[in-house]
Design a protein around this ligand. Structure first.
Ligand code: PLP
Length: 446
């Protein structure tokens, strides 16, 4: 085979060529087996190679794969929108389909701004977000993202800046004790709104459980309720970015359900298709769409491939599979099992500072010293070393940056397909232990 001309995320790095996948396992062209401990990018929620899904692909492709959304709708797109509405108890009767999580958050941002325009308040156009957040790689989504590494090359052209601290209790950014903090990080939203002026703020966006920028940082009870109250007090829309957390990942269909909070707009991606096709969605509560219907009636945000019947049919098959097999409920139970096993590793290894997360979105943060929580320097090289070693041991893990270099820690996400069995979780943990053994012997002790 000639030299590859495919542009890869890190140039010069050799990636194994994948051959096929089944359940929680992937196999490369040399037959090496990998246990998918992170569902790719926390995406392959129902596992690999599910026949029901591949059948749905063929069935839809034989009918029609593509129609343009401004000329036609399709049964697949209509049914998918209804399915999402049903799954969310009718709270989001409107769906806008796009191709990636970044587009879904961009769409949410635009819908929020447009909502206020239609209400005669065009100056209400700023979005507040949090440090330690990731909402996507396109420039609008990146503007809202508090992910220093992904922002740094583009800061000069980003439109706005995250304004408030994350609920990172393990290393409270406000240096407060959890018991007495009074949820000061949530109260920062009120201060930020007042500073900017409520008349200039369209929405607040947050991931219910922070993924790529924090490795499963889970807020304390009361935090999201407080944020929602503040949004209501100042007439600001609440957007939940559930691209990573949505569709069962944390043990509920939407992670916001854990705290009984109903956002005005929700973004979905990843698990919505389980990786079987690129599709994402911005699902929207009725008042927002009614306002637009009574106003301009136009939503400025379509993409060529939006709502294409093939992707919609595949996503619908994935979500039907999810409900038929109670996969969200299973993820809640499996998550407890796996987290307990990770806590056993925490007791064994001095470099594990924190285990956190909900359902099967779990994070491990590494420290040089458990007591002082002193972080490792060179966060990226630590996570990369662990991830590379894990690949050698046949285990896939997802890198996450917990905050800023030198200030906060190196961390990884453990998030296998939600269909993983106990036996497979035992195998995952045994491979992880082998990784940690080798890491501590060969890397940390030298
Ligand atoms: N929002 C969240 C919470 C994410 O985790 C991601 C991706 O990791 C995105 C948005 C962007 O999604 P995509 O990579 O599909 O553009």
């Amino acid at each position: 085979m000639g030299k590859s001309s495919l542009i890869k995320p890190v140039l010069g790095v050799e990636y194994p060529i994948i051959s096929h996948g089944k359940g929680v396992f992937l196999y490369d062209a040399f037959g090496k087996e990998y246990l998918d401990g992170c569902s790719g990018a926390v995406t392959a929620n129902i596992g690999h190679g599910v026949e029901e899904i591949t059948k749905s692909m063929v069935e839809q492709a034989e009918k029609v794969s593509f129609v343009y959304r401004s000329q036609f709708t399709s049964d697949a797109a209509e049914q998918l929108a209804l399915k999402l509405s049903d799954l969310t108890n009718g709270d989001y009767p409107w769906s806008f389909f796009v191709n990636s999580g970044s587009e879904a958050t961009e769409t949410a941002m635009k819908l929020a701004i447009q909502y206020w325009q239609e209400k005669g308040k065009p100056q209400k156009n700023r979005i507040i977000s949090r440090w330690m957040s990731y909402h996507g790689i396109t420039l609008g989504a990146l503007s809202m993202s508090g992910h220093p590494v992904r922002r740094e090359r583009f800061t000069e052209i980003l439109e706005s800046y995250p304004a408030i601290s994350a609920p990172y209790c393990y290393r409270c950014p406000l240096h407060l004790e959890r018991k007495s903090c009074g949820l000061a990080c949530a109260n920062e939203l009120e201060a930020a709104i007042r500073r900017i002026g409520a008349d200039h703020v369209a929405a607040f966006i947050a991931e219910p459980v922070i993924g790529a920028a924090g490795a499963a940082i889970t807020p304390p009870d009361g935090y999201f309720q407080k944020l929602k109250q503040i949004c209501e007090k100042y007439d600001i829309l609440f957007i939940a970015d559930e691209v990573m957390t949505g569709m069962g990942r944390t043990g509920k269909i939407l992670a916001s359900e854990h705290w009984g909070v109903k956002p005005d707009i929700v973004t979905l991606g990843k698990g919505m298709s389980g990786g079987y096709t690129p599709i994402a969605a911005t699902i929207v509560s009725d008042p927002i769409i009614q306002t637009i219907l009574q106003g301009s009636r136009v939503i400025m945000g379509g993409h060529t491939f939006s709502a294409n019947p093939l992707s919609c049919a595949i996503s619908l098959a994935v979500l039907n599979h999810l409900t038929k097999h109670n996969i969200a409920e299973r993820a809640a139970i499996a998550g407890v099992y796996l987290k307990n096993k990770l806590h056993l590793l925490e007791q064994k290894y001095s470099f594990i500072g924190d285990i956190r997360g909900k359902g099967l979105l779990l994070g491990i943060e590494f420290v040089q010293n458990k007591k002082t929580k002193e972080p490792f320097p060179l966060v990226a090289s630590i996570t990369n070393t662990v991830i590379k070693l894990a690949m050698e041991h046949g285990l896939l893990l997802y890198p996450a940056a917990a905050g800023e270099e030198g200030v906060t820690g190196a961390a990884i996400i453990v998030a296998p397909p939600l269909t993983i069995t106990e036996k497979e979780m035992d195998e995952l943990v045994s491979r992880l232990e082998a990784v940690f053994e080798e890491w501590s012997e060969k890397h940390l002790l030298n």
